[in-house]
Write a protein that binds this ligand. Structure first.
Ligand code: GLU
Length: 309
């Protein structure tokens, strides 16, 4: 029986790993898989797996199966069925229709070439200049659909990177939710997927940090709760350059899973004891679950020598 005086039940703890099937898992994605999994599992939460194949032209045939096999070989076990974005078009369509009905979308006729001449945002990247915001130019047709980004900043406390503030309207401008090729954009898909799966925390690589404010904007407009965020360090070389997927992908292919997991634990600042890798995969998982601490994860980290390929 429900105890009426207990108020709201504590929200379920749900994390996820959401690889794009663009190639084999590399050291950086193994770090994201491990960090997202340990963070929830160490506290008895659920961990979901979603294949982010919404950008179908970028999917590499066989890559998704390879990712699933690799995760299994490393001892990962996810809850429930794998979620495939290519099977979720109706959910994206419904969210899109809600935004459209609320007047939050507009058609945009601008081509890439036209955009190349557009104004630059503060960080030097391209910002949408608002060309079609007030209506399509005469004689032009909508190619893509953009979100009418409300003015004002987004603030969130990241579990690893600290307080993050971004003014999406000023820095990015109105961004695309339905692409010119007819596919829904990652920024919409990820928000709808996380919300519908009840994801309460997003743990992923810091290379995705600059997408987060955009995703929070979409969550708010759709009335979804904002999950907790923790952006893990991204592997860099000694010069601080991000290591390419190709380099890292090669490097984990022929290695022992236990050794790679221990390297990933070390990368995440967990301080695995010497000799742990030699104790086998089950022992690595046992140690990792018993000792996981998000507080120990550094903001930035050099890649281990073994990850250089
Ligand atoms: N699919 C993205 C990637 O592989 C991750 C997206 C996310 O975790 O939100 O980089």
């Amino acid at each position: 029986m429900k105890n009426k005086s207990s108020g709201v039940a504590s929200a379920a703890l749900v994390g996820r790993f959401a690889p794009s099937p663009t190639g084999p898992l590399h050291f950086g994605s193994m770090v994201a898989a491990l960090g997202s999994c340990l963070s929830v599992r160490a506290r008895g939460g659920r961990w979901l797996l979603r294949i982010e194949d919404v950008d179908a032209p970028r999917s590499v045939p066989g890559a998704a199966d390879g990712i699933l096999r690799t995760l299994e070989a490393y001892g990962f076990a996810w809850d429930g069925e794998v979620i495939w974005q290519t099977r979720r078009t109706a959910a994206y369509q419904a969210a899109f229709a809600r935004l459209e009905a609320a007047g939050m979308l507009f058609g945009c006729a601008c081509t890439r070439r036209e955009m190349a001449d557009s104004s630059l945002a503060r960080d030097g990247t391209r910002r949408y200049p608002g060309t079609c915001r007030a209506g399509l130019p005469v004689g032009r047709e909508a190619r893509a659909w953009r979100l009418r980004v409300p003015a004002g900043g987004v603030r969130f406390e990241d579990g690893v990177q600290g307080l993050i503030e971004e003014d999406v309207a000023a820095d990015v401008g109105d961004f695309v939710l339905l692409r010119a090729d007819g596919l829904f954009a990652y920024q919409l898909a990820v928000v709808v997927d996380d919300a519908e799966a009840g994801v309460s925390e997003v743990v992923r690589g810091a290379d995705l940090l600059d997408s987060t404010a955009r995703q929070i904007v979409v969550q708010r407009l759709l009335g979804y709760p904002t999950p907790a965020y923790a952006h893990l360090p991204v592997a860099t070389n000694a010069a601080g350059e991000k290591l390419s997927k190709q380099t890292l992908a090669r490097s984990i292919e022929n290695q022992e899973p236990a050794g790679v997991l221990v390297d990933a634990l070390d990368f995440l600042g967990q301080g695995p004891p010497g000799g742990l890798a030699e104790s086998g995969l089950a022992a690595v998982w046992q140690w990792a679950l018993a000792n996981w601490s998000m507080q120990r994860v550094p903001r930035q980290r050099l890649a281990p020598a073994s990850a250089y390929g």
